[in-house]
Design a protein around this ligand. Sequence first.
Ligand SMILES: Nc1ncnc2c1ncn2[C@@H]1O[C@H](COP(=O)(O)OP(=O)(O)OP(=O)(O)O)[C@@H](O)[C@H]1O
Ligand SMILES: [Mg+2]
Length: 313
Amino acid sequence: MFQTSHPVVGPGFHDRTDEMQRLMGFVAELRAGANRWLAIIGPRKVGKTSMILELSRRITDVDFILVDTQEVSPPSLELFRTCALRVVDQVLGRELDNSLEVLAAAGEQLEAVLDASATFTALPAPLKSTIRALARAEMTDDFARLCLDLPERLAEALQRHIVIAIDEFQELAGLTRGADVLPIIRSTWQRHRRIGYVVSGSGRTLLENMIARQHSPFFQHFSLMYVEPFARAEAIALLTTDGGPGRPIVVEHAQSGALGYRRNEYAGDARAAPRCFVRSSYASALGLHDHESAARRVSLVVGASAGSPTHRC
Ligand SMILES: Nc1ncnc2c1ncn2[C@@H]1O[C@H](COP(=O)(O)OP(=O)(O)OP(=O)(O)O)[C@@H](O)[C@H]1O
Ligand SMILES: [Mg+2]
């Protein structure tokens, strides 16, 4: 069924051939030992998270975790504890009886679950101490450094590669603990060889300021990948192949003037892509009686390039 509130993967994931090729290339470079970071930038609902999840589905020889900065509210260094727990869960997962992240959230100890893992037992002692401390240590700058460093040390010990994706990365822009924490993140990440960092977000200016401006601690560390709404041909292909049972959108309708764009003034979000709507004269011909859901259905996958909000399909 067509839905817009959740990222799509697998059979529901459409097109994005060039973007996926670039993401696969990023992983290939990581495997080859290059320390690369990639920032995915695009308007709200353009499909950023879907691409990241589809990448994780397609790669099987590299571990993959995704965290969203909004999981920790307000944004804080706790995000890197979550990230570290998720990495250990991912890497030792098959040997663990329970998720460390869940145990930590429930205030439970990790020891019993960890000690049952042969891979954990064979890790270097300092690394084991850090992992054991994940559930209980107070978050200080020093502990944040240990959390930030943990994925690399684990990947090194186990000769693995890991992709860490951080969604809505721009939310970390204002993160301070007396001093700015972005330099702490940068200085730790830049020593990593086995971790590929992918960050994404919709706050284009904020994200660009954060990672690409000369004064930024991340200056020249990231490659940028801009994600645009689908081009017309892909949009029509998606509408005509993914109409959902009993609600097909035939090619002629998709190609006709059934769809239009208007500024997304109701979203209250200047970053939102122009909204695509179904012209009322076509709604019943398309079998789309619920106008609002019909509009939502097409608005998120058929885009106009920014700056041409009145463009017609
Ligand atoms: N490649 C795709 N194929 C089919 N549908 C897609 C694709 N990408 C995005 N969509 C549609 O757009 C919706 C939003 O996708 P997604 O959540 O990945 O966007 P986003 O850019 O991460 O959004 P947000 O700004 O809210 O984080 C999905 O629910 C799906 O309906
Ligand atoms: Mg998203």
